[in-house]
Design a protein around this ligand. Sequence first.
Ligand code: ZN
Length: 189
Amino acid sequence: MRFRLGADEGETRPSLVLISSAIAAPDEADALADVDTAEAWFDAVAAALPPGELGDDLGVDAEALDALRQVRGAVEQILLGRPRASSLAVVNRYDTESAPSWGLDLDGRGDLQVSRRLWGPGVESWLGTVAADCIDLVRSGGRDRLTTCATPTCRVVLLPEHHRRRYCSAACAHRTRQARYHQSRSPRP
Ligand SMILES: [Zn+2]
């Protein structure tokens, strides 16, 4: 699993989900290696979102794969490195042109309703969400609190909601505690 959703694990940020498609445990390959793996990965991302958030068109073609990689590179550079103007331009453009927004409608009885407005198919809408999230991480100061999972072999990036959260998942926390336990019981030379 490259991204985790769970009440005990804090909020999952779309930008970190995209970054984690490449930065993951050493036994996991790049989820954006080709169209097929990217489609399976994006299906799992979409399944974790509220219904209607991305519309029905969740396909990943060569163009969508290029877009996913381009935004991933830009977001990674902005959040974890020294950003260049070209990366900022990519994120600003997706935020402006593709991020889903809310619109007002009237239902059959003339009552007010709020509905999601999408500005492109699934991948494009989601990249708009990622771009908006990336900007929010900079604006809110979250960028400065980003850290990697405390399990030495895991490189998943997290935004700790509170000081105690050091692992990307319960599985990682368990693995590390177990390793420490075995270490403490092994005879010293
Ligand atoms: Zn981890």
